[in-house]
Design a protein around this ligand. Structure first.
Ligand code: MTE
Length: 321
């Protein structure tokens, strides 16, 4: 993004060979089948709400299939978990997996603040408890012009918002990442203004496609992918999907988001995947799916136009980029 980053073409094809893709698919089917059996048998194992700490990679129980999943080829687990943007750990894509290895995600609290009837600092377990976990296979499309297909595990953000009862003044939702330079070495440098902040308009936050994720590939979210709680907004560029969330604030004014603050001409508040509006330094018309050689056409709203285009009816998407 602002920092010189490796481009998608730098992702070596050797990391995502056909064999690995095949093994990943097998593994995924095994996981899905295991989940079905465990659920049918009423097996209760370690899960997010259990007293035993949930560890990255631990299997999540009781995950049901959610709506809106794409049937496109999954990006292999290895690529999803070793090609990460997580500036709190490092500005390159390879280091977060290693540097986030010992990141402490338990205990974890989320502060709910602002224009809401139930503000409080919630233990993550309490915040999650009423929400059944779903698997949703969504594309993630980065503004850097690469994309992946990821089986996320999470639940609709809108369900949580309804429970928290925002007031009529709440027009936007702001999300804040943990600030802890002791644990997050990237925060020791002013590459961005910390903590990382993102935001959505209330109708975007309430849209059924928008989820809070706690896992991927049927397992607890790896730290480098934003454990223990991250946002996934599939029709927007990846940078809207803020990681390791510690605060959700309901506000009247449009929040100033991290990337917009860093480079306002390059990153707007809306950040909708839009092949017609180029990033000032490169085209958004095509993208490289990680694991594929040839580029493909970028789809409007990342392929979710039917579901979300109405949210932006009448808006000039060149102005509101
Ligand atoms: N959230 C925080 N807190 N810090 C970050 O650096 N990077 C964003 C987004 N969320 C980022 C973040 C960007 S640019 C992308 S593309 C996605 O996370 C990448 O998510 P992934 O590593 O799970 O692929």
């Amino acid at each position: 993004m602002l920092i010189k980053i490796k481009r998608p073409s730098d992702c070596r094809e050797s990391e995502v060979t056909d064999k690995r893709l095949y093994l990943e698919r097998r593994r995924f089917l095994r996981l899905a089948w295991g989940t079905v059996l465990a659920t049918a048998a009423g097996v209760v194992g370690p899960e997010l709400g259990s007293p035993r700490p949930a560890l990255a990679g631990e299997k999540l129980k009781g995950v049901r299939k959610g709506p809106f999943s794409t049937d496109e080829e999954l990006t292999p687990y290895k690529a999803v978990t070793t090609y990460n943007n997580f500036y709190e750990f490092a500005t390159d894509k390879r280091s977060p997996a290693e540097l986030a290895k010992n990141f402490q995600t338990k205990p974890w609290t989320v502060a709910i603040e602002g224009e809401v009837k139930k503000p409080a600092v919630y233990a993550l377990e309490d915040l999650l408890k009423p929400h059944p976990l779903e698997e949703r296979i969504y594309r993630l499309r980065c503004v850097e012009a690469w994309s992946m297909v990821i089986p996320w595990v999470g639940f609709p953000l809108g369900d949580l918002i309804k429970r928290l009862e925002p007031t009529s003044k709440a027009k936007y939702v702001e999300f804040v990442t943990l600030y802890d330079p002791e644990q997050m070495p990237g925060q020791r440098y002013p590459v961005l203004k910390w903590p990382y902040v993102e935001g959505l308009r209330m109708d975007e936050a309430m849209h059924p496609l928008t989820i809070l994720a706690v896992g991927l590939y049927g397992e607890v979210l790896p730290n480098q992918n934003g454990a223990p709680l991250r946002l996934v907004v599939p029709w927007k560029y990846g940078f809207k999907s803020i990681k390791s969330i510690v605060k959700i604030r309901f506000v009247e004014q449009q929040p100033v988001t991290t990337w917009h603050r860093a480079a306002p001409h390059e990153y707007g508040f809306y950040a909708n995947v839009n092949p017609e509006v180029d990033h000032p330094r490169w085209s958004q018309a095509r993208e490289r799916r990680i694991g594929e050689f040839f580029k493909r056409k970028t789809l409007m709203f990342n392929g979710y136009a039917e579901e979300v285009a109405h949210l932006y009816a009448g808006m000039d998407l060149r102005k509101y980029y």
